[in-house]
Design a protein around this ligand. Structure first.
Ligand code: PGA
Length: 227
């Protein structure tokens, strides 16, 4: 991978990512952000929420695009609800600038019409997925619907009550959508990501490890909290 790979404590890497988002927003108030859900970006969102509440960040002209979401899921467990609760509700980003692929006919067209993604944050799955691009997703993929692998459903069980079934289907930005973003930050938190990240960084590009496609991007930073 051409970009930087940094190892930090979770609190430190969360602060670094939040600072990069804040700097981007200040430098370009109309910025478009691609945003993930999950445990990995939570620390960053917490800081961004606090800074936004302290009125240090103005999201009025920005646009935020969820990377992915479940289909056929109860609203309370959707990624949109996660982003509302963990980030949006602490900011002055208006409702009509909080985009989600479930509610847009042509997500890629919409992103392009807003000038394209400036900065996209990504998590990585234990199976190497980025957003919901599961192993086998081709490079030339745009926003599309998917079937979740059992590995992803299994690791997402922790977010659901014991009586709730993890959805089988989702919608996600494609690999090409992600690579079109001007800059990318991948945050890998937790030792269970170690193997997938090592394979992604080792190259060459391998569709069975979707994160390996990031090596095709000129401006990627990887932040991890394990050695
Ligand atoms: P996590 O999920 O941050 O909750 O570990 C990452 C992912 O599956 O993309």
């Amino acid at each position: 991978m051409a970009g930087k790979v940094l190892t930090e404590r979770y609190e430190t890497l969360s602060r670094q990512i939040a600072q990069t988002v804040a700097d981007q927003l200040k430098a370009k108030p109309t910025s478009c952000f691609g945003l993930p859900t999950g445990q990995s970006p939570k620390g960053c969102y917490k800081l961004l929420g606090a800074w936004s509440k302290a009125l240090e960040l103005n999201w009025e002209k920005a646009s935020c695009f969820a990377l992915d979401d479940y289909l056929e899921a109860e609203e309370s467990i959707t990624f949109q609800t996660f982003l509302e609760d963990n980030l949006y509700c602490h900011t002055n980003l208006s409702g009509d600038r909080r985009f989600n692929p479930r509610f847009v006919d042509d997500y890629d067209d919409l992103i392009a019409s807003r000038g394209g993604l400036d900065l996209t944050l990504l998590g990585i799955g234990a199976n190497g997925h980025i957003a919901f691009n599961e192993p086998g997703t081709p490079l030339e993929s745009w926003t599309h619907c998917i079937w979740l692998t059992e590995s992803t459903r299994d690791s997402n069980k922790r977010y659901f009550g014991s009586n709730v079934t993890v959805p089988h289907r989702g919608i996600t930005m494609g690999i090409r959508t992600i690579l079109e973003s001007k800059s990318l930050i991948l945050v890998a938190s937790g030792n269970n990501k170690k193997r997938a990240l090592e394979r992604a960084l080792a190259g060459p590009v391998d569709p069975s490890i979707p994160a390996s496609f990031l090596s095709l991007h000129p401006n990627v930073t990887v932040l991890k909290d394990f050695n």
